[in-house]
Design a protein around this ligand. Structure first.
Ligand code: ADP
Ligand code: ZN
Length: 622
């Protein structure tokens, strides 16, 4: 990725921001109507010189919280961001808006770095993005002391947390900013932080005086769906074909092999699907990420190595073929869908084997008892979400400390409420079968015993003579699988860490064995019945369904694509989908009318206004 940092062009190109008022900056530069909840408060806080700690979900609009103050306050805002690719895209997007932005990171050669430093010293920059390892160098600190700094923004602030999965030791040293630059406001931002992590961020970054701004975690435009795994590949294909054909998405798998196989499977079916995992050469990874960002309709199949800092607004679905380890991971990964606020799907299939595998990995992992206990609780919460029979969003938000009063109407359990059944007797049979066969066998074998299959293995071990042989013919093999899955998910059975999936009883199952508790089990939906998007739900219908003018949509997209290619930036840096929708709806006929469209600020109006007006006029003539 290459963005030229051509300051001569920058300074002449930029329309001057005529006002010092945040609202006006929002309208003129960004082309947006109004601040979102909290944005206004946060911006006022920082503009008046105070520190702030901001917790907002992905897509909530964190960037504006420091970009607007950066334009309102005199001096250059320093933005600390851990991901170089993301930094480059953000700078490119800001420049498109006519904002004087640049970055300092390890991809630049000496000359480029010098030019940027010079621009900083002479006060020509509104924002300077900087990698943390670069910022903490004494040389950079000295440079900053000689420049006029408006604020520090610390993005992805949870990277200071040693408990988190994104820990970066460079981030710890950022606490020195408080001592080195007293009086310059600092704003830390993150999308992933529970109470504990938030405290940790405040302490480690010495943000003791900072006001905390915590926005709700709900992502109403994301539809959450979790289905039992029957034939994962087929389920995935059906899902994409019926709901997201031609749209871009992310498919997550646990292992590299599975990533490769799944990408190939999708490619064989005609999709543009690209693998991404740590085992691929760096070049391939970069190229695949690049194509995902720049082309339309690319599906990336990835391990969790992919994702942090993926700022693409129009990811329409995130599919999990394997269970994430925790709700934090699930929420972060699914959160990459629908940053633009349009309807999107978080889709997952999971089965007994996933539960067994994760439980085994956990038990076999390094780490002390405390660590394992925490991890176990996290996995339990994840499994709880999978097996829940009420609104999934309520459960999910509850976990993050949010309360949603009403069921959401936009998750599979709301759309197709699952039935439950009295599983007391079935559970007793299943547990007793595990016990009678010596806690040495896996689920397939156990089901064969229950259903009275006289296969060779059973005959050899004499299990056709145990009392549980053939007592479970009332349920199909699949129904028994569902029973076992729920028993493992709920901790009544565990997989022997060394025993190839052999199931064992836990202490917890005692009352169940005795039949002292009634057990309600979830009835897995019929295989064919997938939750459909019904209109009138909170999320509304799929994005493509909203477009009534397919031809017009294609024309505007082609126009955008051509500009993006010419400039060497991703299409959404020119205009977001939401902006194109709005154009198509309003069909503006003049620059004034076009300026009303959400996402069209002064700079883009000047650069692209005429081109898009012409394209729109062409539609009417047709
Ligand atoms: P985050 O960093 O919190 O994940 P972003 O800052 O990338 O989110 O914002 C998400 C999307 O919302 C972007 O496309 C951004 O342009 C848009 N956005 C942010 N604030 C507003 C607003 N006040 N009005 C309209 N769109 C907004
Ligand atoms: Zn719901």
């Amino acid at each position: 990725m290459h963005f030229e940092q051509d300051f001569e062009q920058l300074t002449t190109e930029r329309p001057t921001v005529s006002s010092q008022d945040p609202e006006q900056v929002l309208h003129e530069v960004f082309g947006y109507e109004a601040f979102r909840p909290l944005q206004g408060d946060i911006i006022r806080e920082v503009v008046s010189g105070n520190d702030a700690l901001v917790l907002m979900p992905t897509g909530g609009g964190k960037s504006l919280c420091y970009q607007v103050p950066a334009l309102v306050r005199p001096g250059t805002a320093i933005v600390i961001s851990p991901l170089i690719a993301l930094m480059q895209d953000q700078v490119a997007a800001l420049r498109e808006l006519g904002v004087k932005a640049a970055f300092l990171n390890s991809t630049m050669d000496f000359e480029q770095a010098r030019a940027t430093e010079y621009a900083l010293m002479t006060g020509e920059l509104d924002l300077l993005y900087c990698a943390p390892e670069r910022l903490i160098q004494p040389r950079t600190i000295e440079l900053l002391h000689n420049a006029s700094i408006s604020l520090f923004a610390i993005d992805e602030a949870h990277c200071v947390s040693q408990w988190g999965h994104d820990f970066r030791s460079d981030y710890l040293q950022l606490s020195m900013l408080a001592g080195e630059f007293p009086g310059i406001p600092r704003i830390a931002l993150t999308a992933t932080a529970d109470e504990r992590t938030r405290k940790e961020i405040a302490e480690r970054l010495t943000l003791t005086e900072a006001r905390h701004f915590v926005s709700g975690f709900d992502r109403p435009n994301i539809q959450y769906r979790i289905a039992p795994k029957t034939n994962a590949n087929k389920q995935l294909l059906d899902f994409i074909k019926s709901e997201h054909e031609g749209e871009c998405g992310i498919v997550y798998c646990l292992s590299r092999n599975k990533v490769d196989a799944t990408a190939k499977m999708l490619a064989d079916k005609g999709y543009t699907a690209l693998p991404y995992h740590a085992g691929l050469p760096a070049d391939d990874r970069a190229r695949h990420q690049e194509r995902f960002l720049r082309e339309d309709g690319v599906i990336i199949v990835a391990t969790i190595a992919f994702g942090m800092g993926i700022d693409k607004p129009d990811v329409r679905f995130v599919a999990h073929l394997d269970l994430p380890k925790s709700l934090e991971a699930y929420y972060q990964e699914t959160g990459r869908a629908g940053r633009d606020g349009k309807p999107s799907t978080a889709w997952m299939v999971y089965g007994l084997q996933d539960v067994i595998k994760l439980r085994q990995m956990l038990e076999a992992s390094q780490g002390n008892d405390h660590f394992k206990r925490v991890e176990r609780q996290k996995l339990d919460a994840m499994l709880g979400l999978c097996e829940v029979t009420r609104c999934r969003r309520q459960v999910l938000l509850r976990y993050f400390g949010d309360v949603l009063d009403e069921p959401c109407g936009n998750c599979d359990t709301c759309l197709n409420p699952p039935e439950t059944w009295d599983g007391t007797v079935a559970v007793q049979k299943a547990l007793s079968c595990v016990f009678r066969t010596g806690q040495r066998f896996g689920v397939t074998y156990l089901i064969d015993v229950l259903r009275g299959s006289e296969n060779e293995r059973i005959l050899q071990s004499g299990h056709h003579e145990v009392s549980t042989f053939g007592i479970g013919t009332e349920l199909s093999a699949n129904e028994w699988k569902s029973v076992f899955r729920q028993l493992v998910a709920n901790g009544y059975l565990r997989a022997d860490p060394e025993g190839y999936g052999a199931l064992q009883l836990t202490e917890q199952c005692r009352p169940l064995l005795k039949g002292e508790h009634q057990v309600e089990l979830r009835k897995d939906p019929e295989v064919k019945k997938t939750a459909s998007r019904s209109s009138g739900t909170r999320g509304g219908s799929a994005v493509r369904d909203q477009i009534t003018d397919d031809h017009g949509w294609e024309v505007l997209r082609a126009c955008r694509k051509e500009l993006a290619e010419k400039k060497g930036v991703p299409p959404y840096v020119i205009f977001h989908d939401t902006t194109l929708f709005d154009m198509l709806e309003r069909k503006p006929r003049s620059l004034e009318e076009l300026a009303e469209v959400s996402g069209v600020g002064a700079a883009k109006l000047e650069k692209y206004g005429a081109i898009f007006l012409e394209a729109i006029a062409g539609l009417d003539r047709k």
